[in-house]
Write a protein of this length. Structure first.
Length: 268
């Protein structure tokens, strides 16, 4: 089934104001058979970003889910539409996140678990993908290797069923830590093959995310082509996601890298 499994909405405070129905129309025009909205779930803490726009507002959650249900009914027969969340794995906030999932268990099969923040100290979290300036400043301050190691540890904890049976078993843009990699030099301490092995061992699905292609300091998919070739080689399941934050981004670049190409690399 041709699907986009990672899509945001106007409920995202750092996205566009495009109507959700516009996302659906673009998906149908692109020939998709399925579309999954995965809005950023409310953070279980005060938003550490300057603009306080990391996630949707708690008071909007029910309206978001209701709008997805309305669109699913309206376009039934043309495209399948599902409602999920992109949840942040936050060390020390597991109980709060599980409580949120307990309210909306029907969204778990359609949700993504991502790491956008690493914990520097109790109640101190750093956003690793805000912008180039903040990342390079923090890297210079504590060491890029330290940031990478903290990120790897958080991803491993996200892969360890932190919310029990309510854990969304899809890991988002696994190498997001590379978003600004052209802006600095670092000897990457992460063994990405071992981490991908861990994804498979834990029974998770990989978010094959095309948003990175548009990032000037990265310019590739998450995971990158080499990692994806290894993921295919070990039989890791994955789902394509545009990570669209505007309607015109739905299914972006889906035709630029094919499973056939990865099969060729696998045999190389």
């Amino acid at each position: 089934m041709l699907s986009d499994r990672h899509v945001h909405t106007p409920y995202c405070l750092h996205g566009s104001s495009d109507a959700m129905e516009n996302y659906v129309k673009v998906a149908i025009e692109a020939g998709l058979q399925s579309l999954t909205f995965t809005e950023h779930a409310p953070l279980p803490m005060e938003d550490p970003l300057p603009d306080k726009d990391s996630s949707m507002r708690p008071e909007d959650v029910d309206a978001y889910l209701a709008e997805v249900r309305t669109l699913a009914k309206k376009y039934e027969g043309s495209i399948e539409i599902h409602a999920g969340f992109e949840l942040d794995y936050l060390e020390g906030k597991e109980a709060e996140t599980r409580a949120f999932l307990e309210k909306y268990p029907e969204t778990v099969p359609h949700s993504i678990l991502s790491v956008h923040f690493v914990q520097l100290a109790p109640e101190e979290y750093f956003c690793i993908d805000l912008d180039r300036e903040s990342f390079t400043q923090k890297g210079a301050e504590i060491g890029y290797e330290t940031l990478y190691t903290l990120y790897e540890a958080a991803v491993k904890k996200a892969l360890a069923l932190p919310y029990g049976e309510l854990t969304p078993k899809k890991i988002g843009h696994i190498n997001l830590i590379h978003k600004f990699q052209k802006a600095y030099r670092v000897s990457d301490p992460i063994d990405w093959k071992l981490l991908l092995d861990k994804v498979k061992e834990s029974g998770y699905t990989l978010d094959y995310n095309f948003a990175g292609i548009d990032k000037p300091d990265y310019g590739k998919t998450y995971p990158d082509p080499e990692m994806m070739a290894y993921a295919i080689k070990i039989g890791l399941t994955y789902e394509k996601g545009s990570d669209a934050h505007a309607s015109h981004e739905v299914a972006r670049y889906f035709g630029t890298a094919t499973e056939t190409e990865y099969d060729d690399w696998k045999e190389a």
